[in-house]
Design a binder for this molecule. Structure first.
Ligand code: ADP
Ligand code: MG
Length: 364
């Protein structure tokens, strides 16, 4: 606003000086004076460092990399933020909000704004996905051994009894108070990293960064464009051969978040069992998809949706995208097809041998 006013003053002065038919040198002087005023009061230019501040760390059970073109103390603060969020959200910290909720025995628990926001999003995407995303699946996840790596295939009786206490609709949230029925437990594994990358982007922005990229165990989020003005290039893993890439995306200001059956699994009797559970039967979700990548502005939403669409399976995932405005998607089917939303087609490059089908909204 200040700058706008000064420019108006400049224009006004030029007009006035023109009207009083001053000599060209006088006009020049006036211009110079006002230009001097403008440069004196201008905000200092935001100088972009040539090299980014970077760090690698292990947190939230995964390897992370942070990179931001700004004051390096932003990175230190980013690491503290990750620790603070992990302490609030992790079920393995007995003092976290998640642990307090899980130990509450049906009594109301006071939670942080962060936890309340995650709960609201989890319930909303739970509804949107017909219960495919259900953060109260945690007791079933434990039974399979995904929390301890002491893997086992539970028997159906056990699964059914645990599933009777799985229902996100039982989460009662009023402001910062949450109540979960006795014997229910939840975890934020499906959306905590997406929320964390959102917060990191905000933090780096507060430090004046115009370019930043974080990779939280394969979940990527970017701020702006690269410092040279070009788009970020983000690769999506080939779920059939995770050491290779499947495709490349060119993005700015977006999160790219993948849920895949190759990320955490164990093998028994020649079959793989992975860490994304279908609340419909308590088994690893096996509804036609081996990986789901969601691209959008909110890391939190992308993370919640990647898990939700993975569980929904091919048909429901496509229908979900068609009814929503918020995100782009790349689905990989178990028979080796890549389905992409038309909204991402221009930014997408297939580098695999798999065929690509573009899904458009108006298809029936
Ligand atoms: P990752 O954390 O490996 O990137 P996801 O975002 O898909 O992958 O989250 C998987 C995690 O979500 C699991 O480790 C578990 O904690 C939790 N989870 C598994 N199945 C479900 C489900 N149906 N709904 C909500 N959370 C789930
Ligand atoms: Mg997720």
């Amino acid at each position: 606003m200040k700058k706008f006013r000064q420019i108006c003053v400049l224009l006004l002065c030029l007009l006035l000086t023109g009207c009083t038919s001053q000599t060209s040198s006088q006009i020049k002087e006036t211009e110079q004076d006002i230009t001097a005023v403008i440069s004196d009061t201008q905000e200092p230019e935001n100088s972009i460092p040539d090299e980014p501040a970077v760090t690698d760390l292990f947190a939230m059970d995964t390897y992370m990399n942070l990179k931001a073109w700004c004051d390096p103390s932003a990175i230190q603060e980013g690491v503290s933020l990750i620790t603070q969020l992990e302490n609030t959200l992790s079920v393995t910290n007995p003092e976290s909000d998640a642990s307090h909720i899980n130990a509450s025995g049906g009594m109301p628990v006071q939670i942080s704004d962060t936890t309340a926001e995650l709960l609201r999003t989890a319930v909303r995407i739970g509804e949107e996905s017909g219960g495919a995303l259900d953060i109260t699946i945690y007791p079933v996840l434990k039974e399979w051994g995904f929390t301890t790596q002491e893997y086992q295939i539970p028997d159906d009786e056990k699964l059914n009894s645990l599933l009777s206490c799985v229902d996100y609709q039982q989460i009662q949230l009023e402001g910062n108070s949450v109540t979960l029925p006795e014997n229910y437990q939840l975890d934020f594994g499906s959306l905590a990293k997406g929320y964390t990358s959102d917060r990191l982007m905000k933090l780096f922005q507060d430090y004046g960064a115009q370019s930043a990229i974080v990779n939280l165990g394969g979940n990527v989020q970017t701020l702006g464009r690269k410092p040279d003005g070009s788009l970020w290039t983000v690769a999506v893993i080939n779920p059939f051969s995770p050491s290779d890439n499947l495709c490349i995306l060119q993005i700015e200001n977006k999160a790219v978040i993948t849920s895949g059956n190759y990320e955490r699994y164990f093998t028994e009797n020649g079959r793989n069992y992975w860490h994304i559970i279908d609340p419909a039967d308590g088994y690893p979700a096996d509804n036609g998809l081996v990986s789901v990548t969601i691209i959008g502005e909110s890391g939190l939403l992308c993370d919640a949706l990647s898990t939700a669409l993975f569980v929904e399976g091919t048909e429901k995932a496509v229908a979900h995208w068609k009814h929503s405005q918020d995100f782009d998607m790349i689905l990989v089917t178990d028979d080796g097809k890549i389905l992409i939303s038309e909204t991402i087609a221009d930014s997408f490059k297939n580098i695999s041998a798999f065929p690509v089908e573009v899904i458009s909204r108006d298809e029936t």
